[in-house]
Design a protein around this ligand. Structure first.
Ligand code: TXA
Ligand code: MG
Length: 307
């Protein structure tokens, strides 16, 4: 397949069963949107500087915001990295869903991928489709969430299409993502785990699975957490009701789902659907409990005060 290289890129919408054709695009240095268990990602060959540049351009992403690299399996990761520290390895083996781990950067990953850092964020998606696609590509995929920078994350292929059509080579159109928020970014330090970005697995569950103490301090050690994020095209206010905001659209907890998993899964898509008809969105805060920790953080960042 010939890739277009001008400003008016033609984005090919593909059924997921065409993933082998999409893998050819990646091998030629192109960009492809694909599904993971957390959110849709915008993939390119993590080892190819020109391909990675296209990701930053398509998303309008600051160059200092590093990308996560995605492997199809632990074997694929260890083949490339050689030995990794035993504690990090243990954690990777124990947690499959929605986790990203920081490791020292090997030479074959260019600095553009890591935003200039000497560490690299690595993730093996739990989603079988994502792993099948990465395996077909034969290279690790750099893949941020497939939205424009600052926008709500994409949990349906149409969300990615809304932001990136005309800016990427292809979109693999599949079902909605299972979890609905991005992976939890962690670093293993001696016998402790530090969470750098909250995500699809909460700190309590990480401790339960690894038996290691897990802490979260929002220190901005994960560079992406500094930037404006997750924001709809109109102001978003967090309040118990919309009394002070006449003409706004109010979303209660129930409007997102009946429990934490459903609410998390639906959150970004409902915000995207609502922004189309709203001048102001008012969202009721979620309960202050561990299962809502991540979604409350996303809500706070999406809100006008969180900017
Ligand atoms: O679930 C996910 O993680 C999705 C899917 C597509 O896999 N990807 C994703 O990527 O959320 P992105 O680019 O939207 O967020 C990557 C986060 C940013 O906050 C970035 O700062 C952090 O990972 N990160 C990447 N490399 C890092 C590093 N070397 N050290 C610290 N944080 C890093
Ligand atoms: Mg993102």
């Amino acid at each position: 397949m010939k890739l277009l290289r001008n400003e008016d890129m033609k984005t090919v919408l593909m059924n997921e069963n065409k993933f082998k054709e999409a893998a050819e695009i990646i091998k030629q240095g192109g960009t492809v949107v694909f599904r993971t268990e957390t959110v849709y990602g915008l993939g390119a060959d993590a080892t190819n500087e020109d391909a990675v540049k296209k990701i930053f351009k398509a998303k309008n992403r600051p160059a200092v915001n590093p990308l996560i690299i995605h492997y199809s399996s632990l074997k694929h990761l260890l083949n490339d990295f050689g030995a990794i520290d035993p504690k990090s390895l243990e954690v990777i083996k124990k947690i499959r869903h929605a986790i990203t781990i920081i490791l020292p950067k090997p030479d074959f990953i260019p600095h553009i991928t890591t935003g200039g850092l000497d560490t690299v964020a690595v993730r093996i998606p739990a989603c079988k489709f994502a792993r099948k696609f990465i395996r077909a590509c034969g290279v690790p995929l750099a893949a941020p969430s497939a939205n424009s920078s600052t926008r709500p994350s994409p949990t349906h292929w149409v969300d990615a299409c809304e932001d990136l059509e005309g800016k990427v080579d292809a979109i693999l159109c599949g079902r909605a993502t299972k979890i609905g928020v991005e992976s939890t970014v962690i670093k293993v330090k001696e016998n402790k785990i530090e969470v750098l970005r909250l995500g699809g697995i909460n700190t309590q569950d990480i401790t339960k699975k690894t038996k290691l103490p897990t802490t979260y301090n929002p220190t901005h050690e994960s560079p992406g957490t500094r930037f404006k994020h997750y924001s709809p095209s109109c102001p978003l206010i967090i309040a118990e009701n919309a009394d002070d905001y006449p003409g706004s659209i109010f979303l209660s907890n129930k409007d997102f789902g009946n429990n934490a998993a459903e609410i998390t899964r639906n959150f970004f898509h409902i915000i995207r659907a609502t922004e189309k008809n709203a001048e102001i969105i008012v969202v009721q805060p979620f309960p202050n409990t561990p299962e809502f920790q991540t979604i409350n953080e996303r809500l706070d960042k999406a809100s006008t005060k969180g900017v």
